[in-house]
Design a protein around this ligand. Sequence first.
Ligand code: NAD
Length: 335
Amino acid sequence: MDPVRYGIVGLGQVAIKGHIPELLRIPDIEIVAMCDPDESARERALQLVPDAQCYPDYDSLLQDPTVDVVLIATPNWLHKEQAIQAFRAGKHVFLEKPIGIDLEECDAILEAWRQSDRLLQVGHELRHANLMRTMRQKIDEGLIGQVQMIVLQEFRFPLLPGWRQTGKTGGVMLEKNSHFFDLFNWLAEAPPARVIATGGNNVNKDSPLIDHCIVTVEYVNRVRATLLMCLFAEHGSQLTIDVIGDKGRLIAYAKDQRLVFYSRKEPEPQEWSFEPGADGSFHMGFKTEHESFLRSLREGAPVICSGPEARETMRVALAAERAVSDGTVVESLNE
Ligand SMILES: NC(=O)c1ccc[n+]([C@@H]2O[C@H](COP(=O)([O-])OP(=O)(O)OC[C@H]3O[C@@H](n4cnc5c(N)ncnc54)[C@H](O)[C@@H]3O)[C@@H](O)[C@H]2O)c1
């Protein structure tokens, strides 16, 4: 069978460190075209994929008949126009998160997708990671019983300088924490009902962004999911995802790729460990998210991290951002 042919728009860090190295490890996908207005970005990408066509403008990539899938990895405020143009050009779209910077943009993307007969997957990659998929599989097998609580703790360095520090991203909750809200929604398996959030900027005063927060999402099935984020902890950085059920507790340690299970009955834990990504990082789902999209394109498997799911994630993220920035603390998600 011929490989599925990708065209990548936006050749910055997520393309160069994440997508391209992982796509090159998938034999059934070929990167045939790339595009970025920045010449040095194009040169860096061509070192990884010397045989691809490399365009300075997006129209040329869209008009390239060899491109089946457009992978959009540009700054957030370009996602809407570029995704809509790709659907109109008859391409499938793999869209980096977030799905636009507000609900209006998200809905415009979804409308263009629905009017096409093409597929859309959004790059919330964490739930594609082997670590998280195994966690989910153990939960589905009944290991911890009914999920009751989710606690995600992240301690790390501030967001990178550049466009992330502008007001154009949709905010920290959308730009970064949407990865975590996607996990929450996926693990809670129910619609979110309320978001309770507090946070602010106490330390990273050279940045306008929230640098710490505590967000709790309450779901209609009474699952409660809490995010504790701190962006002033460069050393000893940590990302752990704890899921607690009525029979036990699973803890995913993202940095060292370890999953630990504590039963409520047995004192000894059980443990599993996983391989890191191609670049050795714990950004773990880049390869598997594209393998998953490939199955959807080839075999009609349901898209994991679909547009409508990404919209639900966006609703939680925007409510959390609002609760913190307006000081309202509680936001209802009933539409
Ligand atoms: N899934 C993840 O874990 C993850 C990680 C990092 C970034 N991201 C997302 O990926 C996207 C890109 O982030 P990044 O860190 O790679 O940013 P970046 O700034 O490193 O790269 C963006 C690239 O887009 C290019 N670009 C700008 N305008 C363009 C245009 N009109 N047409 C084509 N290219 C254009 C820039 O020249 C740059 O090379 C963002 O939406 C970000 O949220 C996702």
